[in-house]
Design a protein around this ligand. Sequence first.
Ligand code: NAD
Length: 452
Amino acid sequence: MSREQKAVDRARKAFLTGRSKSLEYRITQLKNLLRFVRERQNEITEGLKKDLGRSEGGTLYETLGLESEINLAVKYLKEWAAPRPVSKSMMTISDQVYIQPEPLGVVLVIGAWNYPWAVTIGPLIGAIAAGNAAVIKPSEVSSHTSKVMEDFLPLYLDKELYPVVTGGLTETQELLKQRFDHIFYTGNGTVAKIIMEAAAKHLTPTTLELGGKSPCYIDNNCDLAIACRRIAWGKYSNCGQTCIAPDYILCDPSMQDRVIEEIKKNIKDFYTEDPQKCLDYGHIINHRHFRRLMALLEGSTVAVGGENDESLCYIGPTVLRDVKPDAKVMQEEIFGPLLPILTVSSADEAIKFINQREKPLALYIFTSDNKLIKRMIAETSSGGVVANDCLMHFSVSSLPFGGVGNSGMGHYHGKYGFDNLSHLRGCLIKQLKMEGVNKMRYPPHTADKLGW
Ligand code: NAD
């Protein structure tokens, strides 16, 4: 039996003991997870520094988000897990009619490397809260972080219910042969298809948190200084390796020069004249991604940045001007610090441009015109939408986070994570009384009985 199969078997056995069904047990595990995040902050920071060149502040941004999700689950678990009464009809007026959330069983969580804690431990919070066992498979690409998870999580969590399985392709393929009750995958769309295929063999439901090209429309009616500050922050945080980073800008041709100037000014304010030396900037995850990004630059005009150093996996914050829709950089999700600007002559043209492409994970709209915001929301589709800011919807636990179409399926955060990894069981409890009212439904359906 392989290591992966053993881990899944042990998790299944542990689940079948029923201990994860107890709310007290779930809360204890969640509190242990919180303790892990707090007590192992140094190891987490060190891992992210090695993997992504992330600063201490950047790490805190990720772990504080986890802390708040755990605290929310601990606070509301009793409420989320309680029976949910639903409306009754004349037929069920004297019955109990309610929804009972129940755990699904063993969940496989496969994480990505860019915010490895948020996208691996984030789904785990929902899995624990919902009473499941969970096999945790961190990304091998962020290898230092993966090692921190492997070494330290078992010191805090029930290691039979929540085993960490590390490894790359071979290990993941072995895991995917096993039977799970849900697979929660974060990563790219190509692998997502492999995940769905493996899941189909066991009729396992999947949540797919994917990416795509998230557009950012800047309207003429807009405070450009503020808009560009927020866009520069959203784009260049984590070196652009953020699933919901604004992928490209759409704006009127008359605004392009000012947008470039404002973004350039903010790059300097955030990361100094020499971002390579700035602790808050970081680097590209590996040489493969460095080369992929450099190849995307081909054929485009660099307006800001473009500096790079392959030996350090460094690419400076970059803006590209007058980019055409058929440019290389517009053919795939960028997932790096390159920001193309494409010009459109109106909001209508921007809407058309967005709708002609795959549904993005996020849509950003910058304008002071509230009617335009509502119109763009009504006339487009995306996983989430933010007006006049970037990325911030990820941290609002009362909003579902997830994609639509090519950007994914299913969602999580807060109660949505709990519901996503629960079965919402419909319960109808009747009494063995009042049999008279049922007469009509039993055959023979004579005219007399039906009152004809
Ligand atoms: P990755 O390379 O870390 O892969 C993700 C996971 O898939 C890893 O655990 C890896 O082991 C596994 N994997 C890779 N190849 C596999 C295969 N052939 N079979 C089975 N499993 C395999 O991450 P990535 O795909 O480079 O991640 C980047 C993508 O993830 C981007 O598109 C980004 O937008 C998206 N993303 C989405 C979210 C979200 O919440 N929607 C968050 C982060 C990243």
